[in-house]
Design a protein around this ligand. Sequence first.
Ligand code: 5AD
Ligand code: SF4
Length: 473
Amino acid sequence: MKEYTTLTSEVLTACEQVKEQNNTRSLETGKAPRAYVLTFGCQQNEADSELLCGLCQKMGYEITDDPKEADLILANTCAIREHAEKKALSIIGGFKACKRQNPDLIIGVTGCMAAEAHRREEIKQKYPYVDLVFSPASRHRLPQLILEKRMSGKRVFCPEERDLTMPEGLPVRRKNSYRAWVSIMYGCNNFCSYCIVPYVRGRERSRKASEIVSEVEALVGEGYKDITLLGQNVNSYGKDLETPIDFADLLARLDAIPGDFRLRFMTSHPKDAGKKLIDVMAASSHVARQFHLPLQSGSDKVLKEMNRHYDREKYLATVAYLREKIPDVTLSTDIIVGFPGESDEDFEDTLSILNEVKFDQIFSFLYSPRKGTPAAGREDQVPKDVKAERFDRLLALQNEIGLANNQKLVGKELRILCDGPSKSNPNLLSGRTDGGKIVFFHGDAKKMTGQYVLVTPKRADAYSLYETEQKDG
Ligand code: 5AD
Ligand code: SF4
């Protein structure tokens, strides 16, 4: 394993060197250099971008939300489905105009797409104005890559690194002052047959428990109220560490930190979300009563072909134990519709498990073939129209279930962490319950944002709760 300290100091030294260069340029141009960081995809990418922004600030860049005025543009991409890749490529295409305006502009592409060999080749050939390409595992190398680019004047394709450990103690620029992400591990060893993640993010690497505890303690000390622990499969946490510790132990250690805050985690794999973890949650004072447990399919045949290592029965037993120990737990899941070979009966099995479990929320996705994964090569792909029709049926059913679940909370006083004015209706504030449900209510944004408030909803729909009688308040 690489020495954390050496690497951290190397990164920080490179930051200083870029900063010096940037200062010299600022004196010439009369303005501070600016960085624009665009994030696609999951919470892990959001967390990675916060680190990239932290590094940018350390290098002397101001963070901007306008690519046209940027001297450094970073696209942190996602590869989980084709749609995400197409969207990123189209936006990256638009940066060509920015480069024309500002020939000194450096454009970098990172994230999962930047770790796929065929996309790197595509960027090399078709996007000649992209200067830096680096995988998520190499994100801390950004300052060194900028130096290399400036020194050589050539485009830099950082090797397709996947299994690097992250140096500790690098600067992070958090977007929010009361909700925070904390990565506890990187990579995935599961190789679900539809999924690109293990190929682009490499094998599982856990951060040391002491580093995570210190980070969470510091966040709580700074007043953070809602901390989400991130990993592709948090239940595997610690398996690669010298000091034996598992995720439940880590959670118990974090729960012992004093303060008024909530801990959440994602994502848990049903094959090893065990009783110990649920017992720790039930006994905890800080762990939110929310569980995201991706099911993917309700059909045992499909689950086997997805390489998920659990069946309906095991999944349902976990849900039953969870509800026995934490009766008011909010339960959400991920469902893939139209995995290759999914028959009408298989899909009916998914609908039936939805009826049985009655999830509060589902995240449903049309199966998207990912180059290099086993399922993508199958000849029994489900036709587009069949997938679309199943998707609609799934949503219609979940809308009924979600509505019925939310209606049970109408009239109950709920503790909400307020997120300020709602994006869809600025007359109202929005916030989330302990279980992660969205609630809209009236109040003073200045006083309430980032604070816990008590709200009694009068109305519900399938996705949210409302303190107001009318939708628009
Ligand atoms: N097609 C569609 N959905 C996918 N997911 C992962 N890979 C694919 C794919 N190839 C979904 C899974 C996972 C979520 C993050 O994305 O449901 O849990
Ligand atoms: Fe992908 Fe499966 Fe790993 Fe989740 S557990 S990231 S779905 S391979």
